[in-house]
Design a protein around this ligand. Structure first.
Ligand SMILES: [Zn+2]
Length: 81
């Protein structure tokens, strides 16, 4: 297995003795492929609450934008006055 072919770290993998797969993600239920391959586990775990963190990132981005805008306004006002 090449180093580019690894399961995404967001999955919570658990070993399994099922015949059709060796590892299963306890969060999203995706499984690897016994034949040698991580299947859809290579993609990020859809059960991972990354949407929330993305929203928080967006919020911080907005806050940063507002702060920057206010700072620019103050600098401009400071120059005018
Ligand atoms: Zn998963």
């Amino acid at each position: 297995m090449s180093k580019f072919n690894r399961p995404h770290p967001s999955h919570d993998l658990r070993g399994s003795d099922a015949g059709s797969f060796d590892e299963i993600c306890t969060k999203c239920g995706r499984t690897d492929i016994t034949a040698g391959g991580w299947g859809r586990l290579i993609e990020p775990c859809p059960a991972e609450p990354c949407k929330v963190s993305r929203r928080v990132d967006k919020l911080w981005f907005r806050v940063a934008c507002v702060v920057l805008s206010v700072a620019v306004i103050f600098v401009v006002l400071g120059k005018v006055i």
